[in-house]
Design a protein around this ligand. Structure first.
Ligand code: IPM
Ligand code: MN
Length: 358
């Protein structure tokens, strides 16, 4: 019997549904070629749903997501909803409720893609950021005192637990082992100023590192790392960091790999249900115009296939994407591709079908 995966799909807002449609097209075609099946359940949540119902994501829906094999998310974000409501109410809530404690973001420059960094080639830009995804400044700890007065106090605390930090660091070492690279893991922190949080991170990092003698354990302060990601991206193989620094350096990473149109991320619970997304946002002004690049969503599908164990299908999707980027897409930016969203999806499928599968 064929293996059937239960996939939850959240197309979401703006251009989310358009790019999700292309991702699903690719998923269906590799399922046929690699002999597995996907049963899709679509969920109507996002800004539109919130404006109509006042609800972000219900507990029932979260429970239902927990029964799936994976979640594919398009984009959440609506111009008429105050910032913070959907981010916290949907995206962060799901990450936390499903304990997706790893945010994995590959940063890879594909052939044919323009990087704003002069003289850097695909062999120079190929690293992965492992971002802690459930703690740090994102935990929501803190509060106001005397809000709105001249004496107002606002406190936002970074929560770092030994177990939370350790499981993230262990994941990063294990992940680094699987990569065919320099086997170097860089801890990105700020041990010179954040002397509590990153003291814990640093101690844990070097303790765990002793179990991995074949991996070079390296450290960089976050500010210096920003500098080096531009000047010497080839120095990096895998980077592990906390939630906030990870958020920041992965946007930098998305730009040096060519732009948001091709940047994907995975929210992973290694023992549970993971969620895969293009990281670019809902781009409301392009809604329905077929101008957005679906490659980020297609690479999110690739990360999903890789995570659920369909490794061959994942490689096949990546190879199809690499060809479309090399041969067809003029510019990865919205409206500059030379093709519509749908046409890009079709081309990826054409390349996948032409691959040698012996
Ligand atoms: C990301 C996004 C989210 C984050 C926002 C939308 C809450 O920027 O996935 O990086 O900060 O984690
Ligand atoms: Mn971000």
């Amino acid at each position: 019997m064929k293996k059937t995966y239960e996939i939850a799909v959240i197309p979401g807002d703006g251009t989310g549904p358009e790019v999700v449609a292309e991702g699903l097209k690719i998923l269906e075609s590799v399922a046929t070629l690699y002999d597995f099946a996907c049963h899709i359940t679509s969920y109507d949540i996002g800004g539109e749903h919130y404006l109509a119902s006042g609800e972000t994501i219900s507990d029932e829906l979260l429970e239902s997501l927990k029964t799936k094999d994976a979640i594919f998310l398009g984009a959440i974000g609506h111009p008429d909803v105050k910032p913070g409501i959907l981010e916290k109410g949907i995206l962060l809530k799901t990450r936390f409720a499903l304990d997706q404690y790893i945010n994995l973001r590959p940063v890879k420059l594909y052939e044919g893609v323009y990087t704003p960094i002069k003289d850097k080639l695909p062999e120079h830009i190929d690293f992965v950021v492992v971002r802690e995804n459930t703690e740090g400044l994102y935990a929501g700890a803190g509060g106001f005192l005397k809000r709105g007065t001249a004496d107002e106090v606002a406190i936002q605390e970074s929560i770092n637990t030994r177990s939370g930090v350790e499981r993230c660091i262990r994941y990063a070492f294990e992940f680094c082992k699987t990569r065919n690279q320099s086997h170097k893991l860089t801890l990105c922190g700020k041990t010179n100023v954040l002397t509590y949080a990153f003291d814990l991170w640093e101690r844990t990092f070097y303790e765990v590192a002793e179990e991995y003698p074949d991996i070079e354990a390296d450290y960089a302060h976050v500010d210096a790392l920003c500098m080096w990601l531009i000047k010497n991206p080839e120095w990096f193989d895998v980077i592990v960091t906390d939630n906030m620094f990870g958020d920041i350096i992965t946007d930098l990473g998305a730009m040096i790999q060519g732009g948001m149109g091709i940047a994907a991320g995975a929210n992973i619970n290694p023992a549970g249900v993971s969620m895969f997304e293009p990281i670019g946002g809902s781009a409301p002004k392009y809604t329905g115009q077929q101008k957005i690049n679906p490659i980020a969503a297609i690479l999110a599908v690739q990360l999903m296939l890789d995570t659920i164990g369909e490794k061959k299908a994942a490689l096949s999707v990546e190879a199809g994407v690499a060809q479309v980027l090399k041969n067809d897409i003029q510019d990865v930016a919205a409206g500059q591709m030379g093709y519509s969203t749908r046409e890009i999806g079709d081309r990826v499928i054409d390349y996948i079908k032409k691959q040698d599968r012996r």
